[in-house]
Design a binder for this molecule. Structure first.
Ligand code: SAM
Ligand code: SF4
Ligand code: SF4
Length: 337
């Protein structure tokens, strides 16, 4: 088992399969920056499915058990189900999942399931159509996302989780409706504190709704009680409805960081390894691989990188430093959350 300088194992890998997205969420890819003329990565810079699978296999040999496909918007990558098929054949992956905005899911859910995707997370910040149109920056209402969620249910992807980023004075007053909508359906909504990922979303600490406030808002209308963790290092605090009609999660990345249990590595669309969501530089694995490095040589590169890892950005973030970093952090859409 690989260990970093704080004794954290390497157990999870998030793979960003594209830097493109059909949404322009204000907190991730603001439309005023990612306009028509924005230049995304050219095809030759993007890892092929075979390259992703080769690297994933090495990561699994080094201890990774869980793989999440993400982006940008992963369902915009053509023939994504073929990658799922390839990853599904990698011996040792115990959990293969994907995070999507759901817009293209209705057409793809079944093929993804048939190719071996186990479960899925769909992002949906609010059910209020007018607000959703603003938040996704593209004027799309919730209809297609909700249809995507239904298609995921029909195809047997399970459990289905919904990610909702909560922003002060934006969607905080709609989170109870979101909880109510999915209560009793078996779908787990996870409310996420708005994070200062990257440098483009003009994040401010006072835009964060702390986990305790999210809990209070929901608990006051839909009484909750805590649940134990599913596994060590689970990032969401789990709560079940007292009436037994399901559970929710709250992810307190800002108010109660969980760096001490962070076992995640992230592979960017162009094949760089990031050991923290707030990383500034990534280890280029693509070029050595394309230059003919053997699996053993790539394994050695990853091992050295993980053994040197000392990231704990969220624990070091202070009220004073929050949002003030002048360092160029990786953007969320490049490594996928
Ligand atoms: N496009 C896909 C989606 O939206 O589900 C996958 C990539 S997206 C970057 C992954 C997750 O990161 C989404 O659930 C999104 O809401 C979340 N996210 C993006 N920016 C965030 C931020 N600043 N703070 C918290 N979560 C964020
Ligand atoms: Fe796209 Fe996901 Fe970022 Fe929204 S959060 S802009 S859907 S990558
Ligand atoms: Fe992991 Fe970095 Fe997030 Fe801490 S800040 S939990 S080390 S990704």
């Amino acid at each position: 088992m690989l260990k970093d300088t704080f004794n954290r194992n390497l157990k999870d890998l998030r793979i960003s399969v594209t830097d493109r997205c059909n949404f322009r969420c204000t907190y991730c890819m603001p439309a005023e920056i990612f306009g028509e003329s924005y230049e995304f990565l050219p095809k030759e810079e993007i890892l092929s499915f075979e390259e992703i699978t080769k690297l994933a296999t090495i990561f699994v040999e080094l201890g990774v058990e869980k793989i999440r496909i993400t982006g940008g918007e992963p369902l915009m990558r053509s023939n994504l189900e073929q990658l799922v098929l390839l990853l599904n054949r990698v011996h040792g992956i115990q959990d293969l999942t994907l995070t999507t905005n759901g817009y293209l899911l209705e057409q793809q859910a079944e093929a993804l399931k048939k190719s071996g995707l186990g479960r899925i997370t769909i992002s949906l910040d609010t059910l209020d159509d007018e607000l959703f149109k603003t938040m996704n920056g593209r004027g799309f209402d919730t209809k297609r996302v909700l249809a995507g969620i239904q298609a995921a249910q029909r195809s047997g992807l399970s459990p289905i989780k919904i990610n909702a980023v909560v922003q002060k004075n934006v969607n905080e007053n709609t989170i109870v409706d979101l909880a109510k909508h999915f209560k009793g359906t078996g779908i787990i909504v996870r409310f996420i504190e708005y994070m200062d990922v990257g440098n483009l979303n003009a994040w401010r600490l006072n835009e964060v709704v702390p986990a305790s406030d999210i809990f209070d808002k929901i608990n006051s209308e839909l009484p909750l009680e805590p649940l134990s963790q599913n596994y060590a290092g689970e990032v969401a605090s789990r709560y079940k409805y007292r009436d037994g009609s399901g559970e929710i999660g709250i992810i307190s990345s800002v108010s109660q960081p969980f760096c001490g249990a962070c076992t995640r590595a992230r592979l960017s669309t162009d094949g760089r390894l990031y050991t923290c969501l707030f990383g500034e530089t990534g280890l280029n694995l693509r070029d050595p691989m394309r230059d003919g490095a053997t699996s053993e040589q790539l394994k050695a590169l990853i091992t050295t990188c993980w053994e040197k890892r000392d990231d704990k950005y969220s624990e070091d973030r202070t009220v004073n430093s929050a949002g003030q970093s002048s360092n160029k952090k990786i953007e969320m859409y490049q490594i996928g959350g």
